[in-house]
Write a protein that binds this ligand. Structure first.
Ligand SMILES: [Zn+2]
Length: 155
């Protein structure tokens, strides 16, 4: 029984690795010459009391993603501190849910997008501010701020 489980578990791991190979190749080709920033995450520090959360953290293979990406393009590791908590226009607060609603400035933005903007600012050596945020959003026309907006577009 154990051998059977091992066989399927290995098959699943290979399938995941194969997928990471493919997706990193597509990203590297689409953004040739770019530096790709990744959060330098520490799995042990991310564990909490939720079993589901811990299982998802354990399953995620960021190290492999970063390693395979670094064969194909330049990679920079970024400090994840406050990346998800800081509002990308400045203030640090920690609203819950997929939609990040800042208590300071009222910004409503997709939680993941907010974290990505913070990491981008870190890569560029910039500090988040409302003025900078407005400038960036103006330049990046065509992306939606919230999941709700994306849903509305699909309807
Ligand atoms: Zn804010």
């Amino acid at each position: 029984m154990r051998r059977v489980l091992e066989k399927y578990s290995n098959r699943e791991k290979n399938r995941a690795k194969d997928f990471i190979h493919k997706i990193t190749r597509v990203i590297a080709e689409a953004f040739r010459g770019y530096v790709h920033g990744f959060e330098d995450l520490n799995k042990e520090k991310m564990l909490n009391k939720s079993r589901t959360h811990n299982r998802n953290v354990a399953k995620s293979d960021w190290k492999t993603i970063i390693s395979l990406m670094s064969y194909k393009s330049r990679v920079r590791l970024l400090n994840p501190y406050n990346s998800a908590r800081r509002c990308s226009s400045g203030m640090v607060n920690a609203p819950k849910g997929a939609l990040y609603e800042c208590k300071g400035c009222g910004l409503k933005i997709d939680r993941q997008l907010n974290a990505c903007i913070n990491l981008y600012l870190q890569m560029e050596g910039l500090s988040p501010s409302p003025k900078l945020f407005t400038e960036l959003v103006k330049r990046w026309s065509g992306f939606t701020l919230t999941g709700g907006e994306a849903d509305a577009r699909l309807r």
